[in-house]
Design a protein around this ligand. Structure first.
Ligand code: B4P
Length: 346
């Protein structure tokens, strides 16, 4: 394995402690509540962090003169704040601490040069995320990597960055995947390399990853790239099928097909040491309620973890359930009559 990530956790701890002490990093305390979503056989999480409602949104006003005020977008990753730098992660990636974290040691894998967040992941991006998860496997075996790709994916920063949440418990999606792939009488065994889906009512695809140690002729990069291409193909095919449904309006078809063109594609991507998953996004936020409430959803939503910043948002998630509200930001099955193909049935 690459030497870039040697002692990753000790480096994260040292950088985190120093950044917290100096005020360069803002940790927001939160309260996590669990929802039991019996229809989907999963317990999900709502993380309630009211203080985050005050966080700046990536736009910094710069006063140009007394008469002209210019709003300028500042890239927080180029140049980065040295206090948030942890280590280089590869020749072309650096690790930065998430300045606004809820989970301690939450970090970002950022390209050293500017690349847009609308770009697909490169083989080196995939391998770097994988290597980081491997580097944490003793301290955080259930850590999760994610990428919010494109305009409707929940990304707030346009410079390419993957994120890793070093959590000590399996996320709801990891639990759901483990449940789905479990060998059971009457159920087809899911083997490494197989494609599968979980009971989430919107288009998504997942692949159970092969173990590079036990897969002759393939290294980790081959396995990751193969899985990524397989998921991308399946996702685009599902979106084309979705757009062909007769009951969809022309506007709706355009929206789906825009997603099918690389420039308009928005999706969430999740990686653990066990599986990779991709979920195309139809919209950035949940549908506006009549009370005027809407929640921004990023990849963590599809990991079964939603962030609520106001009591009203918390109430909405608890009332409707995480899976239901998250799914409406993707391309839902059932709503309007569309169905899964037989291959996708769990
Ligand atoms: P993006 O992909 O652009 O967006 P995001 O993760 O959805 O974060 P966003 O900024 O929209 O945060 P939100 O309030 O929804 O990622 C940008 C990343 O860069 C973020 O992690 C951001 O915090 C970080 N960042 C911004 N400025 C920075 C700087 N100057 N230096 C370094 N890093 C910087 O959510 C707030 C945080 O909570 C996010 O980190 C989010 O990932 C996390 N979160 C969301 N849901 C969660 C959940 N259920 N449980 C735990 N954490 C959760």
């Amino acid at each position: 394995m690459t030497t870039y990530l040697n002692d990753l956790y000790s480096k994260l701890e040292a950088a985190y402690d120093a950044a917290l002490l100096s005020g360069s990093l803002i940790f927001t305390a939160s309260e996590t509540q669990t929802t039991t979503e019996t229809e989907y056989n999963v317990k999900c999480e709502v993380c309630y962090a009211p203080a985050l409602a005050l966080k700046p949104k990536g736009i910094t006003p710069v006063v140009e003169s007394k008469t002209h005020e210019k709003i300028e977008r500042v890239n927080p990753f180029l140049p980065h704040d040295p206090a948030l730098f942890v280590a280089n992660a590869s020749e072309h990636h650096k690790i930065l601490l998430n300045k606004f974290c809820i989970v301690p040691h939450h970090f970002l894998i950022v390209t050293k040069d500017f690349h847009p967040q609308t770009q697909p992941l490169s083989p080196e991006d995939l391998l770097t995320a994988w290597n980081a998860l491997q580097a944490l496997k003793n301290s955080h075996p259930d850590a999760i990597a994610f990428y919010n790709c494109g305009a409707r994916s929940g990304a707030s920063q346009p410079h390419k960055h993957l994120q890793i949440l070093p959590i000590t418990r399996p996320t709801p999606i990891t639990n759901l995947v483990r449940e789905v792939i479990q060998r059971r009488p009457g159920r087809k065994e899911t083997r490494p390399g197989d494609h599968f889906t979980v009971p989430i009512p919107c288009i998504h695809h997942a692949v159970l990853l092969q173990d590079p140690e036990n897969t002759p002729g393939k290294d980790a990069e081959d396995i990751l790239v193969e899985a990524y291409i397989k998921l991308m193909d399946s996702m685009l095919m599902s979106m084309r099928e979705y757009a062909e449904q007769e009951h969809l309006s022309e506007e709706e078809k355009d929206l789906v097909m825009a997603g099918g063109r690389a420039s308009g594609l928005a999706y969430n991507w999740i990686l653990t040491r066990e599986f990779m998953m991709m979920i195309p996004r139809r919209q950035e936020s949940t549908n506006l309620t009549k009370e005027g409430i809407t929640l921004n959803i990023n990849s963590l939503g599809f990991a079964g973890m939603v962030l609520a910043k106001t009591p009203e948002e918390l109430e909405l998630v608890k009332k409707r359930g995480v899976i239901e509200i998250v799914a409406e930001t993707g391309f839902m099955f059932g709503k309007g009559g569309e169905s899964r193909s037989a291959e996708e049935e769990v």
